[in-house]
Design a binder for this molecule. Structure first.
Ligand code: PLP
Length: 399
């Protein structure tokens, strides 16, 4: 009799399943738009020059690998805060902001969720409908009930703003509300700044707890521009949590680089909060790994490397934008009847294409073009070599 006899097989992760199917596909022109990563124009996962240089310097320094502090590398945490709030931020000078290096954005969400469960055991969590597929599972696993607020409007390929605002207005105080601070995954649809101003008013008036997830800073309009929502919330004197991911912006997916930042109401409060957050970390994985954090910290704290990185990040952002423009143009060239201009308004790596599950099936089966059944495509996986085939295939399934 085995201890594990009653263990049931967990459902397959739909996106990983898609990747397996793609890998097994022997057709030459196959294209994987189901992924959640940035590929360069040659279809490769890039290793950034800035990362390479920082890694060389690290090897050169031949540093020993002692344990890091529980909350991670101080220079990393400081730099993560500066990316969020800007150089010379008064908020940072006030000592109200505390940060812990985390195992990617996922790790930041998880230690944030564990900390919140201890603080607000009765609160519910709400996430956008739809949201990144791990949000719900992660908060449920931390013990929360998770509901959704209206977000995407399929009709307009945009935001259901009135639905969203009404839903937020009806939430009980201290409900934890997860927002995507920029480049919404999976839809690519973000509120406008004016809409965010209204959202912040509701969050403040209803005493909601904002948890801002920023996994694509630099992929929307720029590093500073993409932090504007975080800064807007901070200007309203809200206490909040922010999960940052550097997986995409440094193309360091496997190094698990992220940060959890909390904004408290005083320096003294920050000291207490950090001490509790450290307990959460200590009982999870003790302290974060050194390599990815050192690389990111070196880049963010070395002016030449920082400049190089911002240029490489701008290159990724510009290439995605060019792919959006070219996809829309090529679809027009193929004479499609539908208006795809909404793709140009979306931000970040993804687009909700509006393709139905049946059309996604046809794209895969007949043309070897893989997308998520929701119609989500990764625009960052388009390149000059596959764009023609993708546009022609989409035009055919739309005809
Ligand atoms: N949050 C969102 C919205 C994401 O899209 C992702 C990654 O896809 C994450 C968090 C997690 O990022 P990481 O890979 O750094 O854990």
């Amino acid at each position: 009799h085995s201890l594990f006899e009653s263990v049931e097989l967990a459902p397959r992760d739909p996106i990983l399943g898609l990747n397996e199917q793609y890998n097994a596909d022997t057709r030459a022109g196959k294209v994987n738009l189901g992924v959640g990563v940035y590929y360069d124009d040659q279809g490769r996962l890039p290793l950034l020059q800035a990362v390479r240089k920082a890694e060389m310097a690290r090897i050169e320094a031949a540093a020993a690998r002692g344990y890091l502090p529980i909350e991670g590398i101080p220079g990393y945490n400081k730099a993560a805060q500066t990316l969020l709030f800007g150089q010379g931020s008064e908020l940072l000078a006030s000592g109200r902001v505390l940060t812990a290096q985390s195992l990617g954005g996922t790790g930041a969400l998880k230690i944030g969720a564990d900390f919140l469960k201890q603080l607000l055991p009765e609160s519910k969590v709400v996430i956008s409908d739809p949201s990144w597929e791990n949000h719900r599972a992660l908060f449920e696993r931390a013990g929360f009930t998770v509901d959704t607020y209206p977000y995407y409007d399929a009709e307009s390929h945009g935001l259901n703003f009135s639905g969203m605002l009404q839903s937020l207005q009806a939430l009980p105080p201290q409900t934890i509300v997860l927002f995507h601070a920029c480049c919404h995954n999976p839809t690519g649809v973000d509120p406008t700044f004016e809409q965010w101003q209204q959202i912040v008013e509701v969050v403040k008036a209803k005493n909601l707890v904002p948890f801002l997830d920023i996994a694509y800073q630099g992929f929307g309009d720029g590093l500073e521009e993409d932090a504007s929502v975080v800064r807007l919330f901070a200007q309203h004197d809200l206490t909040m949590l922010i999960s940052s991911s550097f997986s995409k912006s440094f193309s360091l997916y496997g190094e698990r680089v992220g940060a959890l930042t909390l904004v408290s109401s005083s320096k003294e409060e920050s000291t207490r909060v950090l001490s509790q957050l450290k307990r959460v970390i200590r009982t999870n994985y003790s302290n974060p790994p050194t390599h990815g954090g050192t690389v990111v910290s070196t880049i963010l704290n070395t002016p030449e490397l920082y400049t190089l990185w911002t240029e490489e990040l701008a290159g990724m952002r510009d290439r995605i934008r060019a792919m959006r423009t070219q996809l829309v143009q090529k679809l027009k060239d193929h004479g499609i009847q539908q208006d795809f201009d909404f793709v140009l308004k979306q931000r970040g790596m993804f687009s909700y294409s509006g393709l139905t599950a049946a059309q996604v099936d046809r794209l895969r089966d007949e043309y070897g073009v893989y997308a998520v059944s929701s119609g989500r495509i990764c625009v960052a996986a388009l390149n000059s070599g596959n764009l023609d085939h993708v546009a022609a295939s989409i035009a055919k399934v739309l005809a």
